[in-house]
Design a protein around this ligand. Structure first.
Ligand SMILES: CC(C)(COP(=O)(O)OP(=O)(O)OC[C@H]1O[C@@H](n2cnc3c(N)ncnc32)[C@H](O)[C@@H]1OP(=O)(O)O)[C@@H](O)C(=O)NCCC(=O)NCCS
Length: 165
C-alpha cells in the first residue's frame, strides 16, 4: 500500500536528495550514452556543489523542491521554478508558468502512484503561484517518461530535432 505524503523539502533532506539526483542522472546517462555522461559520485567536491544547488532551490522565492516521504524515507522529488512573463518581449504571448526541472521516484517505489502524487502537488504549487501552465522537457527513449506525462494530460508543443551526420 502506498502511504507516501508529499511535503516541501527541508535542509535535513539534502543528503538523500543528492543521492536521488545522482540516481535520476544515472537513469538518463545509461539510456542516453551519446548525450550524457556518468558522474563521479565519489567526488566530495561535486557532491558539495550539488548540495548548494539543491539548497538554493529549496530556499529560493520562486523555486521549490517537493519530496515524497514514505514513513520518514524520501523516495522521490520534484524540482520547480516559477517563470514570470517578460514584459519587454513583445514577440511572445506573456504567460506565467512553472518549469518542472526534474521529477523522479527511486526505482523500488515506481509504479505505485508516487510520481502522480508529486505531479499533482507540483501542479497545485504552480496554480497557487498564479501559473497558467506547468512545462517540462523530457528525453525520448523507450523506458522514458513520455507515457507517464501523456497519461497525466501533457502534450508536446515544441521539439528538439537531430540528425546524425
Ligand atoms: C517517470 C516517473 C517519475 C513515474 O513515477 P511513478 O511513481 O512510477 O509513476 P506512477 O506510479 O504515479 O504512474 C502514474 C501512471 O503513469 C503510468 N506510468 C508510469 N511510468 C510510466 C512510463 N515510463 N511510461 C508509461 N506510463 C507510465 C503508470 O502505469 C500509471 O498509470 P495508471 O494511472 O493507468 O495506473 C518514474 O518512473 C521515474 O522516476 N523515472 C525515472 C526518472 C524520469 O524519467 N523522470 C521524468 C523525467 S523529468
Amino acid at each position: 500500500m502506498n502511504t507516501t505524503t508529499i511535503r516541501l523539502a527541508e535542509d535535513p533532506d539534502l543528503d538523500t536528495l543528492c543521492d536521488l539526483y545522482y540516481e535520476f542522472h544515472e537513469f538518463h546517462a545509461q539510456h542516453l550514452p551519446n548525450y550524457l555522461r556518468t558522474l563521479d559520485y565519489s567526488s566530495a567536491k561535486e557532491r558539495e556543489k550539488l548540495r548548494y544547488k539543491i539548497k538554493d532551490s529549496i530556499q529560493g522565492n520562486d523555486s521549490t523542491i517537493l519530496v515524497g516521504d514514505c514513513s520518514g524515507r524520501i523516495i522521490g522529488f520534484a524540482e520547480l521554478y516559477l517563470k514570470r512573463p517578460d514584459p519587454t518581449n513583445h514577440a511572445v504571448v506573456p504567460k506565467q508558468y512553472v518549469h518542472l526541472q526534474s521529477l523522479s521516484v527511486t526505482e523500488d517505489f515506481r509504479r505505485e502512484g508516487v510520481g502522480n502524487q508529486l505531479l499533482q502537488a507540483a501542479e497545485a504549487w504552480a496554480r497557487h503561484r498564479g501559473a497558467v501552465e506547468l512545462r517540462l522537457d523530457i528525453w525520448e527513449f523507450s523506458a522514458g517518461p513520455l507515457g507517464f506525462y501523456e497519461k497525466s494530460g501533457y502534450h508536446t508543443f515544441r521539439r528538439t530535432l537531430a540528425k546524425n551526420l
